[in-house]
Design a protein around this ligand. Structure first.
Ligand code: HEC
Length: 134
């Protein structure tokens, strides 16, 4: 049974390699209903956009890139889909969804509840992300 050996062993090796390197491609990130429908209490004023932009450049650019394209210098090291903030599908999310994802994080996406403790600042980041729409 030489042929079986030649198929079985590389097959098994491939399987083991696959099993250890495979990470399930981003399961849907479920946002609790109360966040999804949450109203953004911060108006998109010039002041809010300025705060949002400053915080974005300080905390988000390294992974998500200057324009939110998912091409920051640290992007390649991240597991999971960084998304494209200029994309219509991304922008179709509610403010509450973006707020929740930024605040809580998931896996390689850090939660910013501690680094940006003021909720109004977080909403300003959401406001700024809206300006990245193409
Ligand atoms: C260390 C790298 C890193 C930094 C810094 C980072 N993110 Fe992320 N972000 C990720 C990764 C990785 C994902 C994908 C997470 C997943 O799907 O499990 C993500 C996903 C997201 C998503 C969801 C994308 C989608 O398609 O719905 C939003 C919104 C987001 N990040 C906002 C931000 C904001 C705002 C900041 C700054 C305050 C920030 N991120 C900083 C790595 C980062």
């Amino acid at each position: 049974m030489r042929t079986t050996k030649y198929i079985l062993i590389p097959g098994l090796a491939l399987f083991v390699l696959f099993a250890f390197t495979y990470t399930p491609q981003s399961e849907k990130w479920v946002v609790p209903a109360n966040f999804k429908t949450m109203k953004n209490p911060v108006a998109k004023s010039g002041e809010s956009l300025e705060i949002g932009e400053e915080l974005y450049m300080q905390h988000c650019k390294s992974c998500h890139g200057k324009e939110g394209l998912g091409d920051g210098p640290k992007a390649a090291d991240q597991k999971g889909d960084l998304g494209d903030f200029s994309d219509a599908k991304f922008q179709a999310q509610t403010d509450g969804e973006l707020f929740y994802k930024t605040k809580e994080g998931r896996d390689d996406m850090p939660g910013f509840a501690k680094k940006i403790p003021d909720n109004e600042d977080l909403w300003s980041v959401v406001n700024f992300i809206r300006t990245l729409k193409q």
